[in-house]
Design a binder for this molecule. Structure first.
Ligand SMILES: Nc1nc2c(ncn2[C@@H]2O[C@H](COP(=O)(O)OP(=O)(O)OP(=O)(O)O)[C@@H](O)[C@H]2O)c(=O)[nH]1
Length: 263
């Protein structure tokens, strides 16, 4: 139930009756009522594939050239990312090689709480080993948690011509899906992105991954659509119901804009 109104006027309930109206979502009450932890995004892939560079460029405004001096990651690095109360998640950057058979590595615990697994493949390198690692990682993770979104970044494409990029993507897509089909796991869906830290592609890809983890996004989109439709200036007079809806949407959207702009 909405903590602000005491009985939500917007009635944007999830099946477990938590209110996802803008005031609750924006002020973060939905989370606290739910006791939910932030969605977790894992960055995995072979050594030197570019995982830490992606994290530093996207979230720390590091210039791409500075990533040349990054040292190899030798333990899992976790980071909280929070740009507003509904865009909030954790990134776990993994060292290149994870030994799933190492008893100190509790992969079941890690995959259980994961929303998205980004597997980074260096497109400028031979990717045979990366593909077999991708297959092992995805199949392990899927067995523990079939709800994970599997995202494959075909990375460092800045060195490739447009034709070459398409060809690599087609080849990697085919081989990865063939491996899954051979293992009888064709139900696993992999999404592919061509990325580079030297242009906007890495930001676009990360944004798509994060958007899939925001459960409130459809509600916010609906609110905007309703707001636009009832704000149509060609409508001569709003009915009372329309005016109520308009006010409610406006209040929610203003709260949202204020919260995201920290005003
Ligand atoms: N050309 C190009 N080079 C990149 C790109 N992203 C990362 N690199 C380079 O790739 C190298 C390895 O990057 P890291 O981010 O350290 O790779 P990592 O996967 O975190 O490596 P480990 O910590 O050893 O697992 C660095 O020299 C980066 O500058 C990219 O989009 N294009």
């Amino acid at each position: 139930m909405c903590v602000i109104t005491g009985g939500c006027l917007m009635r944007v309930y999830t099946p477990n009756l938590l209110c996802f109206c803008p005031c609750c979502v924006v002020l973060g009450f939905s989370d606290s009522l739910n006791g939910e932890v932030k969605p977790r995004i894992l960055l995995m892939g072979l050594r030197r594939s570019g995982k830490s560079s992606i994290q530093k460029v996207v979230f720390h405004k590091m210039s791409p050239n500075e990533t040349l001096f990054l040292e190899s990651t030798n333990k899992i690095c976790r980071e909280d990312v929070s740009s507003s109360s509904f865009v909030s998640f954790q990134i776990w950057d993994f060292p290149g090689q994870i030994d799933f058979f190492d008893p100190t590595f509790d992969y079941e615990m890690i995959f259980r709480g994961t929303g998205a697994l980004i597997f980074v493949i260096d497109s400028q390198d031979d990717y045979v080993e990366a593909l077999s690692r991708l297959h092992l990682t995805v199949t392990r993770a899927y067995k523990v948690n079939p709800d994970i979104n599997f995202e494959v970044f075909i990375h460092k494409v800045d060195g490739l011509s447009d034709d070459h990029k398409i060809e690599k993507q087609r080849d990697i897509h085919k081989r990865a899906n063939d491996d899954l089909a051979d293992a009888g796991l064709e139900q696993i869906h992999l999404s592919f992105y061509l990325t580079s830290i030297y242009d906007h592609s890495i930001f676009e890809a990360f944004s798509k991954v994060v958007q899939k983890l925001i459960p409130q996004l459809p509600t916010l989109e609906n609110l905007l659509n309703i707001f636009i439709s009832v704000s149509n200036p060609s409508a001569v007079a709003h009915s009372q119901a329309d005016t109520g809806t308009w006010r409610m949407c406006l209040a929610g959207l203003l709260t949202l804009l204020c919260a995201t702009d920290n005003c």
